[in-house]
Design a protein around this ligand. Structure first.
Ligand SMILES: *Cc1c(COP(=O)(O)O)cnc(C)c1O
Length: 533
């Protein structure tokens, strides 16, 4: 169409048509706003030069974020970009730094961030086939593949169940917390399923379920190192934190099996339903791994659900050279694995794997408009509704890294852990608190004045114990503010005593030995300055 023809056509349009065109034009304009490829150019990357933390104190920076009139006056993209680059980005935490060694947050592989971009561009919703189509099958396949890594069932098992909409080998969740909640909720629904004239927990509720099945109460049993998401699950299920029984551990942080057995016996006598035994494969604070095989045997003997909280350690099942680290995991009825921890995917993706294909059938959700019986809709089996296609990132990781790539990354992070542990053991400044089972190290600084006493294992006074705790807390918070290196801190309760420790997490395979040395030197210097002051 020539320019003249265009003009002629325009003149022929009615005013309604013109205003409709203007409206679409405006919408198109709004959609076409762009940062022209400049967004995120100066984000902190893998390099060592960048600080981990700018030292910004939230309590003194609140005023920068105290206006509620966001959006009253729209700003131009370049102006907004300037805001991000000056006020926001420089004060985020550089989780990609090779000296950021305190949390379960790692740098992401380049291809993962690329897939993440494509996932937002496709904007699929995994809740139902009509908003995700083939990605439904892909999600079921990845869940099946991870199921196979854990349980190693025969090919026929996966042929029957992996893509059969009436079965479910697991669900994708927005995090480990939700995976743990899913497993415990579904285990309760499965235990208190429909039976005779009782329509099941999901229809009749907990009070009727207890009456029908003849129980007085419901508890969850695991070690004192259980993640607090188990308490959240108990609260949501109408149980309560007191219904979570936390048992003592041995010097390796492994749950006391004798205590577990006696609790199971007591519950049996007292008509208390044990909702689950929980075995931890990689405790959040210490990385310790419970004796999963023994817990599995106890669960079988007492007919109790066994949940493996492998949010951290479950990743090792994806490398044939490392599966031994979490052996016994295959005895669990349900397994939590966080893909956003040791599977190098951005925050917000975890898995809950179900050993039995029929496990979730007592927890199914159906509506008239989605998740109908017989449909492929994944929402039938999830607590969440709308959900991103983040599984594509895990699919990409499994394909591009494969068994060998995963194995290489785990070898690297585990040998960094051993290297660091050796440095702690041979340093006069620090004391190793527990031999690491995986890639988390807990250790502490010992003040110069107390080294002799600690070395000879002399009994410390209450004041001396407090002194050690205080200096460890101070070192950690100064180290965070200074932003040159980072480990986290936690307090381990051992009997009566509270032990403040540093917690180093080695999940960045790009970290090098000189980063470890720099971190320990940084801590020693901060400690010396505190001791002199
Ligand atoms: C991290 C973690 C969780 C919770 O995972 P989120 O993704 O943070 O919700 C649960 N259990 C263990 C052992 C963990 O380490």
């Amino acid at each position: 169409m020539s320019l003249l023809e265009c003009r002629l056509e325009r003149e022929l349009l009615s005013t309604e048509e013109e205003s409709a065109i203007a409206q679409v034009g405006k919408a198109r304009e709004l959609y076409q706003l762009s940062f022209s490829g400049r967004l995120g150019h100066d984000l902190p990357r893998h390099g060592n030069k960048e600080k981990i933390n700018s030292g910004l104190k939230l309590s003194t920076s609140r005023h920068r974020f105290d206006r509620v009139d966001i959006g009253n006056q729209p700003v131009a993209p370049f102006e907004y970009l300037d805001f991000l680059e000056t006020v926001v980005f420089p004060h985020t935490v550089n989780t990609f730094s090779t000296k950021f060694l305190g949390h379960m947050t790692a740098p992401l592989p380049e291809f993962i961030t690329e897939v993440a971009g494509v996932i937002s561009r496709m904007n699929q919703n995994q809740v139902k086939v009509e908003t995700s189509n083939v990605l439904t099958l892909l999600e079921r396949q990845v869940l099946g593949a991870v199921h196979h890594k854990i349980y190693r069932k025969q090919a026929g098992f996966y042929e029957s169940y992996m893509q059969c909409p009436e079965s479910c080998l697991g669900v994708v969740t927005g995090g480990g917390t939700l995976a743990n909640i899913t497993s415990l909720s579904y285990a309760l629904n499965s235990a208190f399923r429909a039976d005779g004239n009782f329509a099941g927990l999901t229809k009749e509720g907990l009070v009727s379920a207890l009456n029908h099945y003849g129980f007085k109460d419901v508890v969850v049993i695991g070690s004192k190192r259980m993640h607090y998401s188990v308490d959240k699950a108990a609260k949501l299920l109408g149980l309560g934190e007191r219904n979570v029984i936390r048992l003592e551990t041995d010097s390796h942080g492994r749950v006391d099996l004798a205590q577990m057995r006696s609790n199971l016996e007591e519950c049996r006598k007292g008509k208390i339903h044990v909702l689950a035994l929980i075995g931890i494969a990689g405790a959040t604070e210490t990385g310790s791994v419970d004796p999963l095989e023994e817990i599995g045997a106890l669960a079988a003997e007492f007919g109790v659900h066994f949940h493996a909280d492998a949010a951290w350690g479950g990743a090792y099942t994806l490398s044939s050279n490392h599966r031994e680290l979490v052996k016994g995991i295959e005895m669990a009825d349900t397994v939590t694995i966080c893909a956003h921890k040791q599977l190098y995917i951005p925050m917000g993706t975890s898995l809950c794997i179900f050993k039995s294909p029929g496990f979730a059938s007592h927890s199914e959700n159906n509506t008239a408009y989605q998740c109908k019986k017989g449909s492929y809709d994944l929402g039938r089996y999830t607590i969440e509704g709308s959900r991103p296609a983040s599984i594509l990132m895990l699919h990409a990781l499994l394909n591009l890294w494969g068994d060998a790539g995963m194995g290489h990354v785990f070898d690297t992070t585990l040998s960094l852990t051993q290297n660091f542990t050796g440095k702690i053991k041979s340093s006069e400044n620090f004391l190793l608190v527990q031999e690491p089972a995986l890639n988390i190290v807990v250790y502490r600084y010992i003040p110069v004045t107390l080294r002799e006493k600690v070395l000879t294992k002399e009994k410390l006074t209450y004041a001396e114990i407090e002194l050690i705790n205080e200096i460890n807390k101070k070192i950690q918070s100064e180290q965070f503010i200074n932003g040159n290196s980072f480990v986290s801190s936690t307090t381990l309760v051992n009997g009566e005593e509270e032990v403040v420790v540093f917690r180093a997490v080695f999940c960045n395979p790009l970290t090098r030995e000189n980063d470890l040395d720099a971190l320990l030197a940084d801590q020693a210097k901060i400690a010396r300055d505190i001791e002199i002051a």
